[in-house]
Design a protein. Sequence first.
Lengths: 128, 128
Amino acid sequence: MKKYYSITELTREFGVSTRTLRFYEDEGLIHPERRGRTRLFRPADRALIQEILRGRRIGFTIAEIREIIQVYKEPPGEVGQLKLLMKRVDEKRDELRQKRKDIDDTLAELDNVEEACLTRLAEIGVGT
Amino acid sequence: MKKYYSITELTREFGVSTRTLRFYEDEGLIHPERRGRTRLFRPADRALIQEILRGRRIGFTIAEIREIIQVYKEPPGEVGQLKLLMKRVDEKRDELRQKRKDIDDTLAELDNVEEACLTRLAEIGVGT
DNA sequence: AAATTGGTTTACGTAAAAGTCAATTTTTCG
DNA sequence: CGAAAAATTGACTTTTACGTAAACCAATTT
């Protein structure tokens, strides 16, 4: 396994800009090492970036992503906080299930759109 | 079936603001009737709003939603346009499938988070 | 008549998540 | 070593999807 990745290496791999990765660092989502001022990303940082981008794709805000990351690093120590967190996790799950249903519905709809297109193409093809 | 819905009726049903519905009209997504200046929404408008909000939940932009709606109203008449549209539909489907996978992965991860919370709760419970 | 309710337009404001630009470093490598 | 390439910082800008405020109208209700 590789020891370090440069910032551009990762931007190429994930299709994001350097600005984006620095932004994530500013936001406290990642903490790459430094050699001088230059950032050195380790495999763990890379994995974290993958997670962040996954969260982004499904519409999580930076704050939400940060929150999930925090829990891994160190789950809250106070009972009230823990329970609140669990409630939020539960809500998130409901939201995601809804979203999955929306996606399935939309996929079906896109099938219809495609069919409409094919029909239209056939019509035109016949007409000429 | 009801003939007309008022704007606030629909905002209550869908949990959006009047501003949002007017915005959608400005953007050409819906075209409610008018009695004088007042908007009258018919069941078809209501159904469309549902679709719009579904698109929104899964992260479609207004432009993308508008495009899908357009196709229903009238698929493009030119072959090149049609093929382009179909290509875009195909891309959208890939994107949605990816998103669904992201959601499944994240759901699994949230299960872990919940477990971590429960474990932590148990620890605290024992310690006191 | 006054007040309330529900609706309208217009215009400006804003938050999130980067993009862009410019001015320095820093690193790399022939 | 020294120039080109890569990286950094900081400030400013942009885009999307509305929020908010002001000022108005029209139809009840009190």
